[in-house]
Design a protein. Sequence first.
Length: 733
Amino acid sequence: MNPSHPASPTAPLERLKGTVERVTFHSEDTGYCILKVLPEGRTRQVVTVIGNAPHVVPGEQLDATGTWERARDYGDQFKAAKLTLQRPDTLDGLERYLGSGLIDGVGPAYAKRILAKFGSATLDIIENESVKLEQVEGIGSKRRQEIRASWMKQKAVHAIMLFLHRHGISPSRALRIYKTYGDSAEGVLKANPFQLAADIHGVGFKTADQIAMQIGMEKGAPQRLKAGVLHTLTEAAERGHTCLPRAIVLEHAAHLLEVDQAAVALVVDRLVEATELTPLIMADAAFVALPHLRGAEQSIAQHLKALASSEAESEVAHETIEGSIAQAEASQKLTLADSQRQAVREAMRQRVLIITGGPGVGKTTLVRTLLAIHQAAGRKIVLAAPTGRAARRLQESAGIEAKTLHRLLESQGGGTWGRHRGRPLQGDVFVLDEVSMIDAPLMAQFLSALPQGAKLLLVGDADQLPSVGPGKVLQDAIASSQVPCVKLTEIFRQAASSRIITSAHSINGGQVPDLTPHRDSDFFFLEATTPEAIAETVVQLVKTRLPAKYGLDSIQDIQVLTPMNRNSLGTRALNHALQAALNPPNEFKYEIERFGTPFRVGDKVLQTLNDYEKDVFNGDLGVIASMDLDPVKVHVRFDGGREVAYEPGELDALQPAYAMTIHKSQGSEFPCVIIPVSTQHFVMLERSLIYTGITRARKLVVLVGDSKALKLAVQKQESRKRWTCLRDLLQPV
């Protein structure tokens, strides 16, 4: 970390050899390390080396390949692309090595005494003739045994790490593997490397398959075929499917495994017999599903059917309902439209109700009215949404505390929940917002924790992108026609004056909106045909044009949303360009590079993982407020002003957020949104994506790109094509 000028990406690789004098920082989770190294041939001046190593001890011999980076205030740093460490071969190195705390029972004083007695034979004595250690003053039988046991453990760790490295496994994954299996790691890998994909986050089928091929496993090995079939369904789940036609599973798995479909069919049958896959029939076709996803959709269907089959207040007189509506209107100083009034009546009668509709149709007003009625009746209301930003929006609009679903259900990580059927939630009326974002497993968990007799209001826009996780719960529930639903379609007068809202509705209806520029409009389309021109225009808009015209803050108020991560108009390239334009490096600004990305003080960042210890969640936005040097820490100030500290090895939970994907923006709102629209994103371009991006803006939307690409997007609805079972499961038996 330093005020620096990064090395040129074309700088020639150099080699550095030396002795590790001090470990300034080392992350056991990722292997990231900052080392002070004395290069060969020097007697005093140490240099800083930054790299990755699964285990590092002072005194070890370092051999690294990389490039030098200029750091004006803190000396040059050697950024190692490849780094290997070996046990020391000099007495000074051995003394530092043994005295580092590596071996239980040996500190600096004992290291000096042992080496004075045995010299370069010390390690061999510890391992093979440890009884001789008792010749050293202060070492008795107990300490001698402790020293040997600790050394043998360290030797085993070192051997396993070398084995994993030889098979192309990164330091961070090697450490995860060792922590999971301990001394059995090598045996597990040799017996069934695909076990890694099942047991360890971040190790997938392809990594395990590479190891399997390197250790000589046959392509048709049973464990490999099983892993390939399960991977096919797991990968489908990551694309949103809760099941797949059996024919597609056979085709895709056979292609992945490079075997014939008959071999795959036998494996699928065995997995079904072992209940590791669930067979089902839909529309007279054979499907298979992962049991936990099939179970989630069955649980959702069971709970929604039970709620829908019993009217909560059918005995309430019409006059009582009308009186409650009138009282709520008076308390809020508003008059409901006929469509909204009918929706309130329906919500009063039903135990469960879906309220859906696009922007400007009065969903928020309707929810506020219903909450006012329930509050007046003394009912306990519980509000929740799938993300932190969505929960904050709901809380602001309703005036009542709202929580994320994970917090409400007391998630403890790893699929463990504090709230469930045996320990249900407490409340009378539950309101879930942004339901289109909720996947099947999370909805199943919520419904299982819903208390007996509670009312449930599901609010969301079914035309937005479906959940990132598997399923399309809101869309399937509406399409089933078995769950009471109110679809709001009337755009109210105030909203109708916004071209953001009218354009969104046009796109949702399959029409390209009016792209003619209007001086006082809140929606603009700027034509640019090449990716280079689009990127240049986006940077100009964020840096100068929009701040100058509208008084917007480039970092706080403007959000670039793009369809994908890759290519010159993806998040990575745009974040690089926007960071360079808005927050360039200089000699007074601290920065640290991690995972190939420089993080600087002042950068806008996005949390990408739920972290319950830090109390930050996927989708939270913040700004890097400061950095500490010793120990190295990065402090991020999130929305609301709260600061959270990250060590270098934890920065994989953050990514630059000058630009983010439209998927990541779900549930959020920004004063201004800029969306690049290019045929470069053809694979991702579709109606729900553009519609979702536009509806993230409160005050201003600027589309930059090719009008032909926009037309293609409006005509396509790929994201809604998911294989799911919920719609069928909701139908009467």
